[in-house]
Design a binder for this molecule. Sequence first.
Ligand SMILES: Cc1ncc(COP(=O)(O)O)c(C=O)c1O
Length: 420
Amino acid sequence: MAAAARINPQVVYLPRRAIQRAARRFHTPFFIYEESRIRANCARFRDTFRRYFPDFAPLYAIKANTNPELLRIIFAEGFGADASSEVEAWITRRLGAGGLYTGNYTTAAEFRFVLKTGCFRLNLDDISMLPTIRKIGVPEFLSFRVNPGISRGGMKSLFLAGPDAKFGVPLNRIVAAYRQARALGVRRFGIHAMTGSNVLDERYFEAVAAKLLEIAGAVKKALGIDFECLNIGGGFGVPYRPEQPSLDLAPVARGIRRIFDRQCARFGLRAPQLMAEPGRWIMADTGWLVSRVHVIKRGYKTFVGLDAGMNDLPRPAIYDAYHHITVLGKRPRGRLQTVNVVGRLCENNDQFATDRRLPEVAVADLLAIHNAGAHAYAMGHNYNNRLRSAEILITRSGALKQIRRAETIRDLFRTTNIPY
Ligand SMILES: Cc1ncc(COP(=O)(O)O)c(C=O)c1O
């Protein structure tokens, strides 16, 4: 008999009681996050790397989830911000934090805005940004995002590096980029790459570090530049399917240490400060999208209709991403049925799950969609003029705190000439 697949507790974990309590108090659908889990993830990430790199500087990719109350928690855990837009720079500043700004195809106005916050260093996506930097004022520190030609994606159609990616300085222009930056007056330098997404392979991060240090070695040889910091980006994967293993960070950090020692000796480099900017790894498994069944359609398949939709959580529609689903109040090993779990939008890819084996559901049952803490609300939208959902935090004391109310029609039309 085949052995049953091991169930990964990281995927199936659920603060069941708090969710049921929240569902009695707030209208569905809503996102719910658990503070203690956010803090535990932050501490584990920070401390694992600090064991091997005592001056390790963690940043949080705030695009993953920008709710200010959640950012406040993550900043309090010692993370800076990896920001990618003016608004992300603004909210970081507003919360008294700072960090690194990585835009791409950035306008002069946006650079000006970000520099004016006074709390961001710049990471340029390309050499072609340098004339803009010269116009608006050359900072003492500058970093470049490089495209080292290697890439790894855990999701469909996601390329962050290599010839088809729009990001980063190509290999053959990297030395020129630093030469020109120095000629403009830049005195301190960083190097950055963001090449993979949702990577569960421990060895991948070593490969990225090795390549970045090799590039740093080439720049040092050509220009004599020593790098102040080296940022290996985000992309640390989380398991979405119950049978997937978790990414163990200790071998990742240990492997990068080994690579640092080897490459710095080989290329005569002063070891730069290590930085990383995870989003998903910090937030994904700390949040759930909670929704009610309001219709069950027995068509060619059985369609379970929810009051949430792809406007709340677009990952399945965009990436064909899998999200684990728990039917609250039903035993996972009770009577099962095969269903498609769908939303209310006029798009056929508005489906959270297809041909999924779930406990038999009834109208008014509560479903929790797991791993909805990162790239979920943040990627949401108003298509079909669907209103965006509320966000609730389970605080460390177990209290429920609404950290964002649900949108209203008034919110949606406030910026038009026909207010509600
Ligand atoms: C530049 C940059 N850094 C970090 C991240 C965070 O990635 P993840 O949430 O997969 O860790 C992203 C995500 O798109 C990114 O574009």
